[in-house]
Design a protein around this ligand. Structure first.
Ligand SMILES: *[C@@H]1O[C@H](CO)[C@@H](O)[C@H](O)[C@H]1NC(C)=O
Ligand SMILES: *[C@@H]1O[C@H](CO)[C@@H](O)[C@H](O)[C@H]1NC(C)=O
Ligand SMILES: *[C@@H]1O[C@H](CO)[C@@H](O)[C@H](O)[C@H]1NC(C)=O
Ligand SMILES: [Zn+2]
Length: 970
């Protein structure tokens, strides 16, 4: 799945507050699904299942016991071979039930591998129609065998099984077919087979679509819903004659038929290859498409008619072919299917989903319109397409056996998405941006004592909500970071060779993560590259230390003696690590380095301490380590080396590679938080920014200063901080003013365009009057002529936000009107975030009320909108009051699917830094204990921990920061 709750740095900018804060980047991805409800059921296991009306002979008790059906995993008795599934989604409300529903029938052919008198097959929220035998299913034998009779059949709600008991054993090596007929709700819950709704020409249109990963295929039809239960799927969809039906494979037959007097079309799709259930997709819509051939592969982009007519699918169509071809070369394996459809959905929970042959996206992640979309939107589209296409092989063709290895699947795609995007857009330099987008982001999370290792034990991941919890920053971003490190020290050439044999060996099958290490090790040996690894070590030995223990090291280098050491890096030095590690929190660390611009020979730090005399410096020489941050570690230097590096930054910062300039800043700020260095050293690192024009160092500094803003924007230090930043950013603002000829031109470079946004954002938020005037003039011109927006798409988030912050109800209402009439989701998103920048409390309160009205703010956007409001210093207390007042309602109404409680709780409380706020938070926890916090349970704990840490940090740093700012503010 693509990253979920994705706030693109330049898109999600809000108000005076910058980007996403360091510790607050605990970006649990918004994959909540319906596990909240499942969990609720679990706390009251005695509650009778709601399906008693359709169960026949269910055991009297549903108390958890040792029975197979009370366990979450499938037994090892049966293996599916193929399914014949017919589904008929109704795009209009069912007259009798008042629900949107779908009906279906399924026949699954399975082989018995161990004798058993029990059939367990996943099923969730489906109502079954009894067969002629009076049971929820019927069974037939293949190959001339006659099956035992069904004696009992019922649904286990908690473990999500259809249970079928037989009066005799199924025989090993015999094949059987289980037939079922069922009805399900086509709910707007974003999971399983669900409905998405949009308006077109005043008419409401319903799309029936799917999101199966991880465990919701069982909500669409009964299936062996585990990734290793690969099978062939023959899918048939029944749909209105004027709608298109899509599935993973190409259509092979369509015929017009009449069922119960209803005229419909029956569309059949080619049988799939052997694949996992979580990758299935079925969609019925009124969409159109554009397409082209990339070699033998048909590529199509589907979207709302108006979006396609406006050309919004063109960009995606144009990059897909090249990226697909790139991955074919990269993997040395042809694309496994005949077609590759990609479709943009108005309601979609994650960013995108890699269904084999039919990838689903949020509209913002696929549709591009140069009149509305920024370069950040464009980059997101290219990278997310890269991510999903990468999965077509890695994940889909070869699939991890169980969800505990999810990190390898998602980490891999999150790494190579940059390679794919880079191939499509080579001028962007997008590969460097992984350092900001993934490495820095996850450093913040993985430095907490409450982090977790990449790899989980299979037996620890059982329940659907445990699976969902794995879709987090660790799996995606740390996974990507350590694979990039691996590829870097092995060299890309060796890495892709191992990858290719891995994919070709395990095609259409399942693996565990060590299978990849085996193939990489074989590639190392075959290419004579053992010198890329530590002496007498295998790939496994190095990677175990990064995969099996949480966290990462800070490497301390003393350049006066050449000694170095490593230590588990913890953001809060007082935090207690109670998770044991067989490697004692030591790592095999690849050290790359240079001395005053001259590259040295890379080596391994294998122990807690070591000495390398090459690192010793004399005179003005300085040492810099972890070049381009290819290693997943932070670096700390001795004071003298820091002084020389600072001096180098002041005299000529370009001698230090741009990624490392960003890194020096990020390391210094985080080392200061962890009390390895003084906070004033971190601030010292920002002094040279007066002369810096590159995006990465600026972005890194602003990300880190965000924490200072959060801590100080309600205190007397705010004025000093603003004055200092204003002085630093003024030259950058002037630089862009000149480069763009008074803001009439767009900078050429991709990252220059990003940094232009930073310049404008910071200049306006620190009150540089040329900036505020500029944005207000633009916005006023737009208000006067709404059909003609003079603001360049790259700058819209920032300009809207600044203008709405400085304006009143008229500016806000204009923004709201434009939001409601936006014809492309990216424009709507920019407005939605900017509307949170208002400075009048009543406007923000009104906006908060809108978030719980799905006709005003889509459910998928509710959490992020509340968090946007909380990012605004004026909105923060309002959002907190709102969340507290409405908790029970939010929890019950938005419990399933779309609502990310952990983002909400972390987002609303990240500014907390007083004893009073801590008390309020603890009270909130107490008051709502009976309601629960669902997927936000951990976030409540993290918020309390973070508030305590903030209180401590303020106590220790306030005076020093004030003194420093007084000295260096103009
Ligand atoms: C699915 O289609 C394939 C190929 O046509 C066929 O071999 C298989 O038996 C079908 N499966 C079922 C359950 O009908
Ligand atoms: C399934 O059955 C339950 C219990 O009778 C009912 O409340 C629900 O509406 C049914 N769902 C559908 C989609 O028919
Ligand atoms: C089904 O009917 C529709 C119009 O009612 C027509 O456009 C379509 O071509 C027909 N399809 C087939 C397969 O006959
Ligand atoms: Zn993914």
């Amino acid at each position: 799945m693509g990253k979920g709750f994705f706030i693109s740095k330049t898109v999600g900018v809000v108000g005076i507050v910058l980007g996403v804060g360091a510790v607050s980047t605990i970006i649990a991805l918004s994959v909540v699904y319906s596990q909240e409800k499942a969990k609720n059921l679990e706390v009251s296991p005695t509650k009778p299942p709601t399906t008693t009306t359709t169960s026949t002979g269910a055991p009297a008790t549903t108390e958890p016991s040792n029975e197979q059906w009370h366990k979450y995993r499938l037994p090892d008795t049966l293996l599916p071979e193929s399914y014949e599934v017919t589904l008929w989604p109704r795009l209009e409300k069912d007259a009798t039930s008042g629900l949107y529903i779908f009906t279906g029938g399924s026949e699954v052919t399975f082989r018995c591998v161990k004798e058993t008198d029990l059939i367990l097959i996943h099923s969730n929220k489906l109502n079954f129609t009894k067969g002629a035998n009076g049971h929820l299913a019927t069974l037939t034998g293949l190959d001339g065998s006659s099956p035992p009779a069904i004696t009992q059949s019922w649904l286990e709600v908690r473990t999500q099984f259809l249970v079928v008991k037989l009066d005799g054993n199924l025989k090993a090596d015999q094949r059987y077919v289980l037939h079922t007929q069922f009805t399900g709700e086509l709910a707007d819950d974003l999971g399983g087979f669900y409905r998405s709704v949009y308006m077109e020409d005043g008419v409401e249109k319903v799309v029936a679509t799917t999101q199966m990963q991880p465990t919701d295929a069982r909500k669409a039809f009964p299936c062996f819903d585990e990734p290793a239960m690969k099978a062939i799927f023959n899918i048939t969809l029944i749909h209105p004659r004027d709608r298109v039906a899509l599935s993973n494979m190409e259509e092979i037959a369509a015929k017009n038929i009449t069922i119960d007097g209803i005229e419909v079309t029956e569309t059949k799709f080619a049988p799939t290859p052997r694949m996992s259930t979580y990758l299935l997709a079925f969609i019925v819509s009124d969409y159109t498409s554009i397409g082209m051939m990339a070699g033998d592969v048909q590529i199509r982009i589907f979207a709302r008619r108006k979006a396609i007519a406006a050309g919004q699918g063109e960009y995606a169509l144009n990059v897909t072919g090249p990226i697909l071809k790139y991955f074919e070369r990269y993997y040395s394996a042809p694309y496994p299917l005949k077609k590759s459809d990609q479709i943009a959905l108005p309601d979609f929970n994650a960013g995108a989903m890699e269904n084999w042959g039919l990838i689903t996206y949020r509209e913002t992640a696929l549709l591009y319109d140069p009149a509305f979309s920024s370069n950040a939107n464009k980059e997101r589209i290219a990278t997310i397409i890269g991510h999903e296409l990468a999965h077509m092989w890695f994940g889909n063709l070869v699939t991890l056996k169980w969800w505990n290895d999810l990190w390898l699947n998602e980490g891999f795609a999150s790494y190579v998405e940059y390679l794919g995007a880079d191939d499509a857009e080579p001028s962007w330099g997008v590969k460097d941006l992984i350092v900001l987008g993934d490495v820095h982001r996850v450093f913040a999370v993985d430095a907490l004592a409450s982090s977790h290792p990449l790899s989980s034990k299979e037996e620890e991941i059982q329940r659907p909500e445990q699976i969902s919890e794995l879709f987090d920053a660790i799996s995606y971003s740390k996974g990507a970071s350590v694979l990039r490190m691996l590829s870097s020290f092995l060299t890309e050439e060796v890495f892709v060779q191992g990858l290719s044999t891995y994919l070709n060996t395990f095609a259409y099958n399942n693996t565990v993560y060590t299978d990849l290490w085996d193939h990489l090790q074989a590639a190392v040996e075959k290419t004579g590259s053992t010198n890329k690894l530590p002496p007498n070590s295998r790939v496994h030995d190095v990677m175990n230390r990064w995969v099996l223990q949480m966290g990462f090291p800070v490497v301390s280098i003393d350049a006066t003696t050449g000694s170095l050491s490593q230590q588990h890096f913890l953001l809060d030095p007082d935090s207690v690590v109670d998770r044991p590690s067989e490697f004692n929190y030591e790592w095999f660390v690849p050290i790359t380095w240079q001395k005053s611009g001259t590259q040295g020979t890379a080596f391994w730090l294998l122990d807690k301490t070591a000495t390398n005399n090459d690192l010793k410096v004399t005179g003005d020489q300085w040492v810099l380590a972890n070049l381009n941050v290819t290693g997943f570690y932070r670096v700390k230097y001795d004071d003298a080396n820091y002084a020389k590096l600072l001096n180098q930054l002041t005299i000529d910062h370009t001698v230090i590679p741009v990624i490392n300039r960003a890194q020096l800043i990020d390391d210094a700020f985080n080392l200061a938080r962890a009390k390895h260095v003084l906070t004033t050293l971190a601030l010292d690192m920002t002094k040279y920014l007066k002369a810096e024009t590159e995006y990465m160092p600026w972005e890194s500094a602003l990300d880190n200063l965000d924490f200072f803003y959060l801590m100080f924007d309600r205190s007397e230090i705010y004025g000093l901080l603003q004055a200092y930043i204003k002085g630093q950013v003024e030259p950058l603002f002037n630089y862009y003013q000149t480069m763009t000829e008074m803001w009439t031109k767009v900078p050429d470079g991709h990252t220059d365009q990003y940094n232009q946004v930073n310049a404008l954002r910071m200049a306006c938020s620190t009150g540089i009057s040329a900036c505020t005037q500029l944005v207000q003039t633009w916005y006023k011109a737009w208000m006067a002529n709404p059909a003609n927006n003079p603001i360049h798409p790259n700058l819209r988030s920032t300009v809207y936000c600044s203008a709405i912050a400085a304006g009143g109800v008229q500016e806000w209402d204009h923004g709201w009107k434009m939001f409601q009439s936006a014809t492309i989701a990216t424009e709507a998103d920019k407005l939605r975030s900017s509307l949170a920048c208002a400075s009048q409390p009543w406007l923000l309160n009104r906006y908060l009320e809108y978030t719980l009205n799905a006709t005003l703010i889509r459910k998928q956007d509710a959490t992020s909108t509340i968090v946007y409001i909380a990012n605004n210093v004026v909105g923060q207390p309002l959002a907190w009051d709102f969340m507290r007042a409405n908790w029970a309602y939010i929890f019950n109404e938005y419990g399933g699917g779309s609502f990310s409680f952990s983002n909400l709780i972390n987002g609303v409380t990240k500014r907390f830094s007083t004893e009073f706020e801590l008390q309020q938070l603890q009270q909130f926890k107490k008051d709502n204990a009976h309601v629960g916090f669902g997927s936000g349970t951990l976030a409540v704990e993290q918020s309390i921990e973070r508030t305590q840490a903030n209180i401590k940090w303020l106590k220790e740093n306030k005076d020093n920061v004030e003194k420093w700012l007084k000295q260096f503010s103009p």
